[in-house]
Design a protein around this ligand. Structure first.
Ligand code: GCU
Length: 702
């Protein structure tokens, strides 16, 4: 999406003619690493768009009058440059802060001023401008871009004000130092190989560039499951390497975090304990943290998975998670560092015979009682749902339950349960649904996006985190169209009010250009893809039904008798998990009354979550008018047809998109269509055998 497609066949000459007056010269007055990155990006981008690299002028002169100045882009921060100070009014400058920015073209369209409080803001402005210019190129459908750009044919001034809605916009890498990636579907790690950091900092820099262009400002570079060797990242053994990676990200305004092993004092420090209240343990973390900051002065902090899926944590010492997190917070505080503490804590050694334990309840049950006890530099990272990134599950009731605690929402860009980048699943619509969900925590209008952005509870730290989907694959993401998920995540983190349609349209145009057939077909594929995937996989919110461990492909009972707490309870009469207060696990009571009541009652529970909240007979009639069993049959037959249609749609684009991308996607869509049949037949057969109920349409069920 950074190709800046004037480069498209035939577009060049027109595009060049339309080059705005200001595009040939760039003036700047200050020196800053991130500003330098912005200048390089601007120069490259304008060069590609208009065929001419602009002249770059570093000027010292202050106070020049507008009428003395020639046509140019002038950019700078409030403090570092008089362009921003002189040309923009106080009111304009007051309208944005921090990483926010203003881009304004003057009346005569000879000058374009870019201003921000920070160099990071300038970098985001440059990416934004280049994106808008690309979207508005000749041939782009009217209205595709949010801003009008001056060309001879369309003399409209550019006026853009942007402020990121979320302050922390983070990516989590689940990369291991041996070069593998937990839940990675796009090749090996770009960070590590064979127990060492890569020497190819260039690829990391490219990644930083990709991320910054969508607005990402933080990255944790190693797996949340911190194994023996990665525990040494905090030590002299690896700190020099970590610092090099931090430098690559710093140039793009991205702060580096490390996932840390809670038991480091024992495993690395040689202590007997990792008890958070032990003086020696606290001292160990303080000393070690000081060493990290000596190597990386702007280090972001620690990301922690504790007492989760067999990882160590404070429970071992009969302490709670506030004790654990606050100890680390104390070590980080002198340096302005953050503790990001994950809430993915549940009993992973459950007995399937035990019907009273409900994994969905776990995060709320553990963390809600700790509200108000976390230090001010601790942030809880909460997965979007209470289970684990299923194609459909309820939203986590922890959002809206902790008024006095910093929180960020965790999404999974990597498609662990949504087709592993072999099937197409554009996740932005799912994330939008979660973000727009009204928790009613402070009455109507208490959407999750307002908890994530910190505004509902006025929290100092807040935002988004997500598990990355990239690897060393040439196209970064295994499936070329899965790039849209990475792009979309960044854009949503910047502004959760962007629509899935707009994000898809942007990504397709930036990536493939403005051919209307191409744009329409690919956006259509993206926007329908998640519903299609849901149709042929686990029905009605029940989740799972995947092969254990690797999680690819159908296996209805794969997790049914396991210890992980992921059951569907299907028998000859019915299916689903009773999470009601009346007769089930009581999970519904974790929501505020409006939602609790809606989910508790079969009358009001939405169809798509019926099996998440209720155990019902196969003959239960949904709001749609269909029985549960007929819904299962219908969606699975339909899903396969839709998957075939996706493959067919793509085939229409042969010759219209890059041939390498064309073949790769064609191959993957054919595989998806085939594999969807496997899902259909296993699910339909399973439920036909269980229920003994015939398909109303007498289609083939094995
Ligand atoms: C899932 C995933 C694991 C991961 C875990 C987590 O369970 O399968 O690989 O470690 O989530 O988020 O910590």
């Amino acid at each position: 999406w950074l190709g800046y497609h004037a480069a498209l066949p035939g577009a060049n000459d027109t595009a060049r003619k339309a080059a705005p007056l200001w595009s040939k010269r760039v003036e700047v007055q200050e020196q800053h690493e991130v500003m330098d990155t912005a200048l390089t990006e601007l120069s490259q981008g304008l060069g590609k768009l208009y065929g001419v690299q602009p002249e770059m002028i570093k000027s010292q002169t202050q106070g020049s009058q507008q009428n003395e100045r020639g046509p140019a882009i002038r950019l700078g921060t409030w403090a570092g440059s008089d362009f921003a100070a002189n040309v923009l009014t106080d009111a304009e400058r007051a309208a944005v802060h921090g990483e926010g920015f203003i881009i304004r073209e003057d009346e005569s369209q000879r000058e374009l001023v870019i201003g921000s409080e920070t160099p990071q803001g300038i970098l985001y402005a440059v990416f934004h401008l280049l994106r808008e210019l690309t979207l508005k190129q000749e041939g782009a459908e009217a209205g595709a871009a949010a801003v009008a750009v001056a060309t001879e044919s369309q003399p409209e001034r550019i006026v853009i004000n942007e402020q990121p809605v979320n302050s922390l916009r983070m990516i989590n890498q689940w990369d291991n130092v041996d070069g593998s990636i937990e839940r990675g579907y796009a090749g090996r790690s770009i960070f590590y190989e064979n127990g060492e950091f890569t020497q190819d900092i260039g690829r990391i820099r490219d990644y930083a560039r990709l991320l910054a262009s969508t607005g990402i400002n933080a990255v944790a570079i190693n797996n949340v499951n911190v194994h023996r060797k990665e525990s040494l990242f905090l030590t002299e053994r690896y700190l020099g390497d970590v610092a090099k990676v931090a430098a690559a990200f710093r140039a793009y305004g991205i702060r580096l975090f490390l996932s840390a092993n809670y038991a480091s004092p024992i495993e690395v420090g040689g202590l007997q304990t990792a008890d958070p209240l032990d003086e020696q343990v606290r001292e160990w973390w303080s000393i070690q943290t000081a060493k990290v900051y000596a190597a990386i002065p702007d280090f972001g902090g620690y990301l922690i998975k504790a007492d989760s899926e067999n990882r160590p944590g404070p429970f071992t010492y009969n302490r709670d998670h506030a004790d654990g997190a606050n100890m680390l917070a104390e070590a980080l505080r002198p340096f302005g560092g953050l503790v990001i503490w994950r809430c993915f804590v549940y009993n992973c050694k459950q007995d399937w015979r035990d019907r009273s334990t409900d994994r969905a309840r776990a995060a709320y049950d553990h963390f809600k009682p700790l509200d108000g006890r976390f230090a001010d530099n601790v942030i809880l990272q909460i997965k979007n749902g209470p289970m684990d990134f299923q194609v459909r599950e309820a939203v986590s009731p922890l959002f809206g339950a902790m008024e006095d605690t910093n929180q960020i929402i965790e999404f999974q860009i990597t498609q662990e349960y949504t087709g592993q980048q072999r099937h197409l699943a554009f996740l932005v619509p799912q994330w939008k649904e979660v973000l727009d969900f009204d928790t009613y925590a402070k009455g109507k209008g208490s959407e999750i996006k307002r908890i994530a952005d910190g505004s509902l509870y006025q929290r100092p730290y807040s935002g988004f985190a997500a598990v990355s989907n990239i690897g060393a694959d040439a196209c970064w993401t295994g499936h070329p169209l899965a790039q849209a998920n990475l792009y979309g995540y960044g854009r949503l983190g910047w502004n959760p009010d962007l629509s899935a349609e707009q994000i898809a349209d942007e990504w397709v145009r930036l990536t493939f250009g403005h051919d209307e057939q191409v744009v329409e077909r690919i956006t259509g594929m993206l926007l329908s893809s998640l519903d299609i995937y849901e149709n042929y996989t686990a029905p009605l919110g029940v989740g799972w039904m995947v092969n254990p461990d690797h999680h690819y492909g159908p296996n209805v009972d794969g997790y049914e008798y396991s210890k992980w707490g992921t059951y569907h309870f299907a028998d000859r009469y019915g299916i689903g998990v009773d999470r009601t207060v009346k007769s089930g696990t009581g999970y519904t009571s974790q929501y505020h009354p409006e939602n609790a009541a809606r989910y508790e009652s079969l009358e009001t529970c939405p169809d798509e979550l019926i099996l998440f909240f209720h155990h019902v007979p196969y003959t239960h009639v949904l709001h749609s008018g269909k029985t549960v069993i007929q819904h299962i049959y219908d969606t699975h037959f339909e899903g396969v047809e839709q998957a075939e249609a996706l493959a067919e749609t793509w085939r229409e684009l042969e010759g219209k998109v890059d041939p390498v991308i064309y073949s790769k996607v064609a191959e993957l869509q054919a595989e998806q269509a085939e594999h969807a049949k496997e899902w259909r037949d296993m699910i339909n057969t399973y439920f036909y055998r269980k229920s003994g109920i015939q398909d109303e349409h007498a289609r083939k069920i094995y």
